[in-house]
Design a protein around this ligand. Structure first.
Ligand code: PLP
Length: 460
Protein backbone atom coordinates (compact mmCIF):
# COMPACT_ATOMS: atom_id res chain seq x y z
CA UNK A 1 0.00 0.00 0.00
CA UNK A 2 1.18 3.49 -0.80
CA UNK A 3 1.51 5.67 2.19
CA UNK A 4 2.45 9.31 1.84
CA UNK A 5 5.00 10.23 4.51
CA UNK A 6 3.22 12.11 7.23
CA UNK A 7 4.44 14.44 9.90
CA UNK A 8 2.60 15.66 12.98
CA UNK A 9 2.04 18.95 11.25
CA UNK A 10 1.38 17.73 7.74
CA UNK A 11 -1.08 20.52 6.89
CA UNK A 12 -0.23 23.22 9.42
CA UNK A 13 3.17 24.18 8.06
CA UNK A 14 2.31 24.46 4.34
CA UNK A 15 -0.95 26.26 5.13
CA UNK A 16 0.91 28.67 7.41
CA UNK A 17 3.41 29.30 4.61
CA UNK A 18 0.57 29.97 2.18
CA UNK A 19 -1.10 32.35 4.65
CA UNK A 20 2.15 34.24 5.24
CA UNK A 21 2.94 34.55 1.53
CA UNK A 22 -0.65 35.53 0.66
CA UNK A 23 -0.72 38.19 3.35
CA UNK A 24 2.55 39.68 2.09
CA UNK A 25 1.25 39.68 -1.49
CA UNK A 26 -2.00 41.41 -0.58
CA UNK A 27 -0.51 43.87 1.85
CA UNK A 28 2.25 44.79 -0.58
CA UNK A 29 -0.31 45.74 -3.24
CA UNK A 30 -0.08 49.54 -2.78
CA UNK A 31 3.66 49.65 -3.53
CA UNK A 32 3.87 46.89 -6.15
CA UNK A 33 4.45 47.57 -9.88
CA UNK A 34 1.21 46.70 -11.66
CA UNK A 35 2.55 44.85 -14.70
CA UNK A 36 4.67 41.68 -14.31
CA UNK A 37 8.42 42.25 -14.31
CA UNK A 38 9.12 38.80 -15.81
CA UNK A 39 7.76 37.01 -18.88
CA UNK A 40 6.40 33.48 -19.06
CA UNK A 41 9.54 31.75 -20.34
CA UNK A 42 11.65 33.26 -17.56
CA UNK A 43 9.07 32.14 -14.99
CA UNK A 44 9.28 28.59 -16.39
CA UNK A 45 13.06 28.75 -16.01
CA UNK A 46 12.61 29.84 -12.41
CA UNK A 47 10.07 27.08 -11.73
CA UNK A 48 12.42 24.47 -13.23
CA UNK A 49 11.47 22.87 -16.52
CA UNK A 50 12.20 19.26 -15.61
CA UNK A 51 9.72 17.12 -13.71
CA UNK A 52 11.73 16.23 -10.60
CA UNK A 53 12.49 12.54 -10.18
CA UNK A 54 12.10 12.72 -6.42
CA UNK A 55 9.72 14.82 -4.39
CA UNK A 56 10.32 17.72 -2.02
CA UNK A 57 8.99 18.94 1.29
CA UNK A 58 5.58 20.64 1.04
CA UNK A 59 6.70 23.91 2.68
CA UNK A 60 9.74 24.08 0.39
CA UNK A 61 7.49 23.53 -2.64
CA UNK A 62 5.03 26.25 -1.61
CA UNK A 63 7.80 28.76 -0.88
CA UNK A 64 9.75 28.00 -4.06
CA UNK A 65 6.57 28.19 -6.14
CA UNK A 66 5.73 31.64 -4.76
CA UNK A 67 9.30 32.90 -5.26
CA UNK A 68 9.34 31.74 -8.87
CA UNK A 69 5.87 32.97 -9.78
CA UNK A 70 5.65 36.34 -8.04
CA UNK A 71 7.74 38.33 -10.58
CA UNK A 72 5.27 37.11 -13.20
CA UNK A 73 2.16 38.22 -11.31
CA UNK A 74 0.10 41.20 -12.40
CA UNK A 75 -1.15 43.34 -9.52
CA UNK A 76 -4.76 42.95 -10.64
CA UNK A 77 -5.95 43.68 -7.11
CA UNK A 78 -4.31 47.09 -7.08
CA UNK A 79 -6.62 50.03 -6.40
CA UNK A 80 -5.06 51.60 -9.52
CA UNK A 81 -5.75 48.67 -11.84
CA UNK A 82 -8.46 49.61 -14.35
CA UNK A 83 -7.91 46.97 -17.05
CA UNK A 84 -10.66 44.69 -18.47
CA UNK A 85 -13.35 44.26 -15.79
CA UNK A 86 -11.48 42.78 -12.85
CA UNK A 87 -12.71 42.66 -9.26
CA UNK A 88 -10.54 42.98 -6.16
CA UNK A 89 -10.45 40.62 -3.21
CA UNK A 90 -12.94 40.73 -0.34
CA UNK A 91 -11.07 39.32 2.70
CA UNK A 92 -13.85 37.06 4.02
CA UNK A 93 -14.48 35.71 0.53
CA UNK A 94 -10.80 34.83 0.13
CA UNK A 95 -10.71 33.12 3.52
CA UNK A 96 -13.91 31.22 2.71
CA UNK A 97 -12.34 30.17 -0.59
CA UNK A 98 -9.49 28.57 1.35
CA UNK A 99 -12.03 26.74 3.50
CA UNK A 100 -13.75 25.42 0.38
CA UNK A 101 -10.44 23.88 -0.72
CA UNK A 102 -9.69 22.52 2.75
CA UNK A 103 -13.15 20.97 3.09
CA UNK A 104 -12.78 19.64 -0.47
CA UNK A 105 -16.43 18.72 -0.87
CA UNK A 106 -17.57 17.29 -4.16
CA UNK A 107 -20.65 19.47 -3.99
CA UNK A 108 -22.83 18.16 -6.82
CA UNK A 109 -25.62 16.77 -4.64
CA UNK A 110 -27.34 18.89 -1.98
CA UNK A 111 -28.25 15.98 0.30
CA UNK A 112 -24.77 14.46 0.16
CA UNK A 113 -22.81 17.62 1.07
CA UNK A 114 -25.48 19.72 2.82
CA UNK A 115 -22.98 21.98 4.59
CA UNK A 116 -21.54 23.75 1.60
CA UNK A 117 -24.65 23.42 -0.56
CA UNK A 118 -26.67 25.26 2.10
CA UNK A 119 -24.30 28.24 1.95
CA UNK A 120 -24.24 28.15 -1.88
CA UNK A 121 -28.01 27.96 -2.22
CA UNK A 122 -28.49 30.86 0.19
CA UNK A 123 -25.89 32.91 -1.68
CA UNK A 124 -27.76 32.25 -4.93
CA UNK A 125 -31.11 33.19 -3.37
CA UNK A 126 -29.66 36.36 -1.87
CA UNK A 127 -28.20 37.41 -5.22
CA UNK A 128 -31.59 36.95 -6.89
CA UNK A 129 -33.17 39.01 -4.12
CA UNK A 130 -30.53 41.77 -4.35
CA UNK A 131 -30.93 41.94 -8.11
CA UNK A 132 -34.72 41.94 -7.89
CA UNK A 133 -35.18 38.75 -9.95
CA UNK A 134 -38.50 36.84 -9.80
CA UNK A 135 -39.14 34.72 -6.69
CA UNK A 136 -39.24 31.50 -8.76
CA UNK A 137 -35.67 32.03 -10.02
CA UNK A 138 -33.04 29.37 -9.36
CA UNK A 139 -29.36 30.30 -9.48
CA UNK A 140 -26.27 28.16 -9.99
CA UNK A 141 -22.57 28.93 -9.56
CA UNK A 142 -20.42 28.52 -12.66
CA UNK A 143 -16.77 29.25 -13.30
CA UNK A 144 -17.64 32.62 -14.84
CA UNK A 145 -20.06 34.56 -16.98
CA UNK A 146 -18.92 32.73 -20.11
CA UNK A 147 -20.11 29.38 -18.76
CA UNK A 148 -23.14 31.04 -17.18
CA UNK A 149 -24.10 32.33 -20.65
CA UNK A 150 -23.63 28.81 -22.03
CA UNK A 151 -25.83 27.26 -19.34
CA UNK A 152 -28.56 29.91 -19.62
CA UNK A 153 -28.63 29.70 -23.42
CA UNK A 154 -28.85 25.90 -23.22
CA UNK A 155 -31.96 26.37 -21.06
CA UNK A 156 -33.23 28.94 -23.58
CA UNK A 157 -32.67 26.61 -26.52
CA UNK A 158 -34.53 23.84 -24.73
CA UNK A 159 -37.47 26.09 -23.87
CA UNK A 160 -38.00 27.64 -27.30
CA UNK A 161 -37.66 24.29 -29.09
CA UNK A 162 -40.05 22.62 -26.66
CA UNK A 163 -42.60 25.33 -27.43
CA UNK A 164 -42.07 24.54 -31.11
CA UNK A 165 -42.82 20.88 -30.40
CA UNK A 166 -39.22 19.65 -30.57
CA UNK A 167 -37.34 17.82 -27.82
CA UNK A 168 -33.71 18.91 -28.13
CA UNK A 169 -32.65 16.72 -25.19
CA UNK A 170 -33.75 13.63 -27.13
CA UNK A 171 -33.30 14.67 -30.75
CA UNK A 172 -30.52 17.25 -30.62
CA UNK A 173 -30.71 20.20 -32.95
CA UNK A 174 -30.07 18.51 -36.29
CA UNK A 175 -33.38 18.68 -38.13
CA UNK A 176 -34.89 20.92 -35.45
CA UNK A 177 -36.87 24.05 -36.36
CA UNK A 178 -34.20 26.75 -36.88
CA UNK A 179 -33.70 28.87 -33.76
CA UNK A 180 -33.24 32.56 -34.48
CA UNK A 181 -30.84 34.27 -32.12
CA UNK A 182 -30.77 38.05 -31.98
CA UNK A 183 -28.33 40.17 -29.99
CA UNK A 184 -27.29 43.80 -29.76
CA UNK A 185 -24.35 44.66 -32.04
CA UNK A 186 -22.18 45.39 -28.96
CA UNK A 187 -22.80 42.10 -27.15
CA UNK A 188 -19.88 40.45 -25.34
CA UNK A 189 -17.96 37.81 -27.34
CA UNK A 190 -18.65 35.18 -24.65
CA UNK A 191 -22.24 35.09 -25.97
CA UNK A 192 -20.83 34.08 -29.37
CA UNK A 193 -18.81 31.25 -27.83
CA UNK A 194 -21.86 29.95 -25.97
CA UNK A 195 -23.99 30.04 -29.12
CA UNK A 196 -21.26 28.35 -31.13
CA UNK A 197 -20.94 25.50 -28.62
CA UNK A 198 -24.73 25.11 -28.60
CA UNK A 199 -24.83 24.78 -32.38
CA UNK A 200 -26.82 27.99 -32.78
CA UNK A 201 -24.22 29.87 -34.81
CA UNK A 202 -23.58 33.57 -34.94
CA UNK A 203 -26.44 35.76 -33.67
CA UNK A 204 -28.10 38.33 -35.87
CA UNK A 205 -26.91 41.71 -34.64
CA UNK A 206 -29.34 44.58 -34.16
CA UNK A 207 -28.43 48.24 -33.99
CA UNK A 208 -27.55 49.99 -30.77
CA UNK A 209 -27.49 53.69 -29.90
CA UNK A 210 -24.50 55.94 -29.12
CA UNK A 211 -24.04 54.30 -25.69
CA UNK A 212 -24.26 50.78 -27.13
CA UNK A 213 -27.86 50.14 -25.98
CA UNK A 214 -30.10 48.03 -28.20
CA UNK A 215 -32.64 50.12 -30.11
CA UNK A 216 -36.06 48.54 -29.36
CA UNK A 217 -37.46 49.37 -32.81
CA UNK A 218 -34.48 47.62 -34.44
CA UNK A 219 -35.08 44.56 -32.28
CA UNK A 220 -38.78 44.59 -33.14
CA UNK A 221 -37.97 44.78 -36.86
CA UNK A 222 -35.47 41.91 -36.63
CA UNK A 223 -38.02 39.74 -34.82
CA UNK A 224 -40.71 40.59 -37.39
CA UNK A 225 -38.33 39.61 -40.20
CA UNK A 226 -38.74 35.86 -39.77
CA UNK A 227 -40.64 33.32 -37.72
CA UNK A 228 -40.17 30.35 -35.46
CA UNK A 229 -38.38 29.88 -32.16
CA UNK A 230 -36.27 32.85 -31.10
CA UNK A 231 -33.82 33.85 -28.40
CA UNK A 232 -32.94 37.49 -27.70
CA UNK A 233 -29.67 38.27 -25.90
CA UNK A 234 -29.64 41.58 -24.08
CA UNK A 235 -26.95 43.14 -21.94
CA UNK A 236 -26.69 44.83 -18.56
CA UNK A 237 -23.39 46.70 -18.65
CA UNK A 238 -21.71 47.41 -21.97
CA UNK A 239 -17.97 46.84 -21.46
CA UNK A 240 -17.15 50.22 -23.01
CA UNK A 241 -19.93 52.53 -21.85
CA UNK A 242 -21.31 50.62 -18.84
CA UNK A 243 -24.81 51.29 -20.25
CA UNK A 244 -27.59 48.70 -20.16
CA UNK A 245 -30.20 47.90 -22.78
CA UNK A 246 -33.68 49.41 -22.30
CA UNK A 247 -35.13 46.22 -20.86
CA UNK A 248 -38.76 47.19 -20.45
CA UNK A 249 -39.18 48.02 -24.14
CA UNK A 250 -36.88 45.26 -25.44
CA UNK A 251 -38.37 42.46 -23.33
CA UNK A 252 -41.88 43.55 -24.30
CA UNK A 253 -41.20 43.27 -28.05
CA UNK A 254 -39.26 40.02 -27.57
CA UNK A 255 -41.97 38.37 -25.50
CA UNK A 256 -44.64 39.59 -27.91
CA UNK A 257 -42.75 37.63 -30.59
CA UNK A 258 -42.57 34.55 -28.33
CA UNK A 259 -38.82 34.85 -27.80
CA UNK A 260 -36.82 33.85 -24.72
CA UNK A 261 -34.86 36.80 -23.31
CA UNK A 262 -31.42 36.25 -21.84
CA UNK A 263 -29.48 39.06 -20.15
CA UNK A 264 -25.69 39.02 -19.94
CA UNK A 265 -25.09 41.14 -16.87
CA UNK A 266 -21.61 40.01 -15.90
CA UNK A 267 -20.92 43.25 -14.06
CA UNK A 268 -23.74 45.64 -15.00
CA UNK A 269 -26.53 43.64 -13.37
CA UNK A 270 -25.20 44.79 -9.98
CA UNK A 271 -26.72 48.23 -10.64
CA UNK A 272 -29.93 46.55 -9.52
CA UNK A 273 -28.48 46.12 -6.01
CA UNK A 274 -28.18 49.89 -5.53
CA UNK A 275 -31.31 51.99 -4.92
CA UNK A 276 -29.50 54.93 -6.56
CA UNK A 277 -28.58 52.98 -9.72
CA UNK A 278 -31.44 50.51 -10.08
CA UNK A 279 -33.07 52.72 -12.75
CA UNK A 280 -30.18 51.83 -15.09
CA UNK A 281 -31.51 48.28 -15.39
CA UNK A 282 -35.25 48.95 -14.99
CA UNK A 283 -37.28 46.02 -16.25
CA UNK A 284 -34.38 43.56 -16.21
CA UNK A 285 -36.44 41.27 -13.98
CA UNK A 286 -38.85 40.72 -16.90
CA UNK A 287 -36.27 38.57 -18.74
CA UNK A 288 -36.16 34.76 -18.62
CA UNK A 289 -32.51 34.16 -17.70
CA UNK A 290 -29.54 36.12 -16.46
CA UNK A 291 -25.78 35.85 -16.18
CA UNK A 292 -23.61 37.65 -13.71
CA UNK A 293 -20.25 37.36 -11.99
CA UNK A 294 -19.45 37.58 -8.30
CA UNK A 295 -15.74 37.79 -9.21
CA UNK A 296 -16.16 41.20 -10.84
CA UNK A 297 -18.30 43.80 -9.04
CA UNK A 298 -18.72 41.80 -5.81
CA UNK A 299 -14.92 41.31 -5.47
CA UNK A 300 -15.06 37.57 -4.78
CA UNK A 301 -11.89 35.68 -5.86
CA UNK A 302 -12.07 33.62 -9.09
CA UNK A 303 -13.98 31.65 -10.03
CA UNK A 304 -17.48 32.82 -9.27
CA UNK A 305 -19.98 33.13 -12.11
CA UNK A 306 -23.74 33.00 -11.63
CA UNK A 307 -26.50 31.71 -13.90
CA UNK A 308 -30.12 32.40 -12.99
CA UNK A 309 -33.27 31.12 -14.69
CA UNK A 310 -36.81 32.25 -13.84
CA UNK A 311 -38.43 28.92 -14.73
CA UNK A 312 -36.06 26.34 -13.23
CA UNK A 313 -37.63 23.43 -15.13
CA UNK A 314 -35.90 24.64 -18.32
CA UNK A 315 -32.54 24.88 -16.56
CA UNK A 316 -32.90 21.40 -15.09
CA UNK A 317 -34.03 19.94 -18.43
CA UNK A 318 -30.87 21.31 -20.05
CA UNK A 319 -28.40 20.40 -17.28
CA UNK A 320 -29.74 17.34 -15.45
CA UNK A 321 -27.55 14.30 -15.01
CA UNK A 322 -28.58 11.39 -12.84
CA UNK A 323 -27.69 7.74 -12.64
CA UNK A 324 -28.21 4.82 -10.27
CA UNK A 325 -25.19 5.93 -8.29
CA UNK A 326 -26.20 9.62 -8.33
CA UNK A 327 -29.50 9.77 -6.48
CA UNK A 328 -31.60 12.83 -7.27
CA UNK A 329 -32.44 15.10 -4.36
CA UNK A 330 -35.80 14.35 -2.73
CA UNK A 331 -36.48 18.10 -2.65
CA UNK A 332 -34.83 21.15 -4.19
CA UNK A 333 -32.54 21.36 -7.20
CA UNK A 334 -29.11 19.74 -7.04
CA UNK A 335 -26.05 21.79 -7.99
CA UNK A 336 -25.31 19.41 -10.88
CA UNK A 337 -28.80 20.13 -12.25
CA UNK A 338 -28.08 23.87 -12.26
CA UNK A 339 -24.68 23.99 -13.97
CA UNK A 340 -22.45 21.92 -16.25
CA UNK A 341 -20.15 20.35 -13.70
CA UNK A 342 -20.62 17.10 -11.80
CA UNK A 343 -17.49 17.07 -9.66
CA UNK A 344 -17.27 20.64 -8.55
CA UNK A 345 -15.86 22.74 -5.73
CA UNK A 346 -18.47 24.61 -3.72
CA UNK A 347 -17.60 27.79 -5.56
CA UNK A 348 -20.62 29.69 -4.25
CA UNK A 349 -19.43 29.63 -0.65
CA UNK A 350 -17.01 32.60 -0.97
CA UNK A 351 -19.91 34.62 -2.39
CA UNK A 352 -21.94 33.76 0.70
CA UNK A 353 -19.09 35.13 2.85
CA UNK A 354 -18.81 38.31 0.75
CA UNK A 355 -22.55 38.96 1.03
CA UNK A 356 -22.45 38.40 4.81
CA UNK A 357 -19.63 40.88 5.34
CA UNK A 358 -21.30 43.52 3.17
CA UNK A 359 -24.98 43.06 3.88
CA UNK A 360 -27.59 44.57 1.58
CA UNK A 361 -26.46 48.12 2.40
CA UNK A 362 -22.80 47.28 1.94
CA UNK A 363 -23.40 45.83 -1.54
CA UNK A 364 -25.22 49.05 -2.52
CA UNK A 365 -22.36 51.14 -1.08
CA UNK A 366 -19.78 49.02 -2.91
CA UNK A 367 -21.51 49.49 -6.28
CA UNK A 368 -22.16 53.21 -5.65
CA UNK A 369 -18.51 53.68 -4.67
CA UNK A 370 -17.24 52.09 -7.90
CA UNK A 371 -19.47 54.41 -9.93
CA UNK A 372 -18.35 57.47 -7.95
CA UNK A 373 -14.72 56.58 -8.63
CA UNK A 374 -15.45 56.12 -12.35
CA UNK A 375 -17.15 59.50 -12.45
CA UNK A 376 -14.18 61.10 -10.67
CA UNK A 377 -11.81 59.60 -13.24
CA UNK A 378 -14.02 60.91 -16.04
CA UNK A 379 -14.16 64.39 -14.46
CA UNK A 380 -10.36 64.46 -14.13
CA UNK A 381 -9.85 63.32 -17.72
CA UNK A 382 -12.33 65.83 -19.17
CA UNK A 383 -10.31 68.80 -17.91
CA UNK A 384 -7.07 67.57 -19.52
CA UNK A 385 -6.36 69.37 -22.82
CA UNK A 386 -7.08 67.22 -25.87
CA UNK A 387 -8.91 64.55 -23.86
CA UNK A 388 -12.53 63.68 -24.54
CA UNK A 389 -14.66 61.26 -22.49
CA UNK A 390 -16.85 59.48 -25.03
CA UNK A 391 -19.42 57.72 -22.86
CA UNK A 392 -21.98 59.02 -20.38
CA UNK A 393 -20.27 57.27 -17.41
CA UNK A 394 -23.52 56.06 -15.88
CA UNK A 395 -21.78 53.05 -14.30
CA UNK A 396 -18.19 51.81 -13.82
CA UNK A 397 -16.70 52.23 -17.32
CA UNK A 398 -14.89 55.25 -18.76
CA UNK A 399 -13.73 55.56 -22.38
CA UNK A 400 -11.40 58.43 -23.20
CA UNK A 401 -10.23 59.57 -26.63
CA UNK A 402 -7.06 61.65 -27.17
CA UNK A 403 -7.02 64.23 -29.89
CA UNK A 404 -4.46 63.26 -32.53
CA UNK A 405 -2.51 60.89 -30.27
CA UNK A 406 -1.73 57.20 -30.53
CA UNK A 407 -3.79 55.58 -27.75
CA UNK A 408 -1.87 52.31 -27.86
CA UNK A 409 1.27 54.36 -27.23
CA UNK A 410 -0.41 56.13 -24.29
CA UNK A 411 -1.44 52.78 -22.78
CA UNK A 412 2.12 51.47 -23.16
CA UNK A 413 3.55 54.61 -21.55
CA UNK A 414 1.07 54.22 -18.69
CA UNK A 415 2.28 50.62 -18.20
CA UNK A 416 5.88 51.84 -18.13
CA UNK A 417 4.98 54.60 -15.67
CA UNK A 418 3.59 51.87 -13.44
CA UNK A 419 1.25 53.94 -11.27
CA UNK A 420 -1.98 52.88 -12.98
CA UNK A 421 -3.19 50.54 -15.67
CA UNK A 422 -5.88 51.15 -18.29
CA UNK A 423 -6.30 49.49 -21.65
CA UNK A 424 -6.33 50.57 -25.24
CA UNK A 425 -9.52 49.51 -27.01
CA UNK A 426 -11.66 50.52 -29.97
CA UNK A 427 -15.23 51.65 -29.47
CA UNK A 428 -17.61 53.01 -32.09
CA UNK A 429 -14.71 53.48 -34.54
CA UNK A 430 -12.58 55.44 -32.10
CA UNK A 431 -9.35 54.44 -30.37
CA UNK A 432 -9.99 54.74 -26.65
CA UNK A 433 -8.24 54.32 -23.33
CA UNK A 434 -10.70 52.36 -21.26
CA UNK A 435 -10.91 52.45 -17.46
CA UNK A 436 -13.02 49.93 -15.59
CA UNK A 437 -13.50 50.61 -11.88
CA UNK A 438 -14.28 47.25 -10.32
CA UNK A 439 -12.14 47.12 -7.19
CA UNK A 440 -13.41 47.78 -3.67
CA UNK A 441 -10.13 49.48 -2.76
CA UNK A 442 -10.21 52.17 -5.46
CA UNK A 443 -10.52 55.33 -3.35
CA UNK A 444 -10.02 59.06 -3.99
CA UNK A 445 -6.24 58.71 -3.56
CA UNK A 446 -6.10 55.92 -6.16
CA UNK A 447 -8.16 58.02 -8.58
CA UNK A 448 -5.85 60.99 -8.04
CA UNK A 449 -2.75 58.82 -8.55
CA UNK A 450 -4.19 57.39 -11.76
CA UNK A 451 -5.06 60.84 -13.12
CA UNK A 452 -1.58 62.09 -12.22
CA UNK A 453 -0.10 59.17 -14.14
CA UNK A 454 -2.20 59.97 -17.23
CA UNK A 455 -1.15 63.60 -16.92
CA UNK A 456 2.54 62.64 -16.74
CA UNK A 457 2.22 60.36 -19.75
CA UNK A 458 0.44 63.01 -21.83
CA UNK A 459 3.04 65.63 -20.92
CA UNK A 460 5.98 63.41 -21.78
C1 PLP B 1 -16.48 39.67 -18.22
C2 PLP B 1 -17.69 39.55 -19.07
C3 PLP B 1 -18.10 38.31 -19.58
C4 PLP B 1 -17.26 37.07 -19.42
O1 PLP B 1 -17.19 36.74 -18.06
P1 PLP B 1 -16.13 35.72 -17.48
O2 PLP B 1 -16.48 35.69 -16.04
O3 PLP B 1 -14.80 36.32 -17.77
O4 PLP B 1 -16.33 34.42 -18.16
C5 PLP B 1 -19.28 38.25 -20.27
N1 PLP B 1 -20.01 39.35 -20.48
C6 PLP B 1 -19.66 40.57 -20.02
C7 PLP B 1 -20.54 41.74 -20.28
C8 PLP B 1 -18.47 40.70 -19.30
O5 PLP B 1 -18.11 41.90 -18.83
Amino acid sequence: MVRVPQSDDEFGAPLAAAARISGAWLEGMPSRPIVPVTGIEAVKDRLGRELPRTGSDAVDVVEALARAVEPGLMAMQSARFFGWVIGGTAPAALAADWLVSAWDQNSALREVTPGVNAAEELAGEWICELLGLPATTVAGFTTGATTANLVALAAARHAVLERAGWDDAELGIQGAPPVRVIAGDEHHPSVDVALRVLGLGRPRDVASDAEGRVVPAALEAALADGEGPAIVCLQAGNIHSGASDPFEACVAVAHAAGAWVHVDGAFGLWAAASPALRHLVAGVELADSWTTDAHKTLNVPYDAGVVAVAEPAHLVAAMTMHAAYLPAASTGVDANDRVLELSRRARGVPTYAALCTLGRDGVARLVDGLVEAAQAIAAGLRVMPGVEVLNEVCFTQVCAAFDGRDVAEIARALDADGAALAHHSRWRDRDVLRFSVSNRSTDAAAVEAALAAVHRVLGA
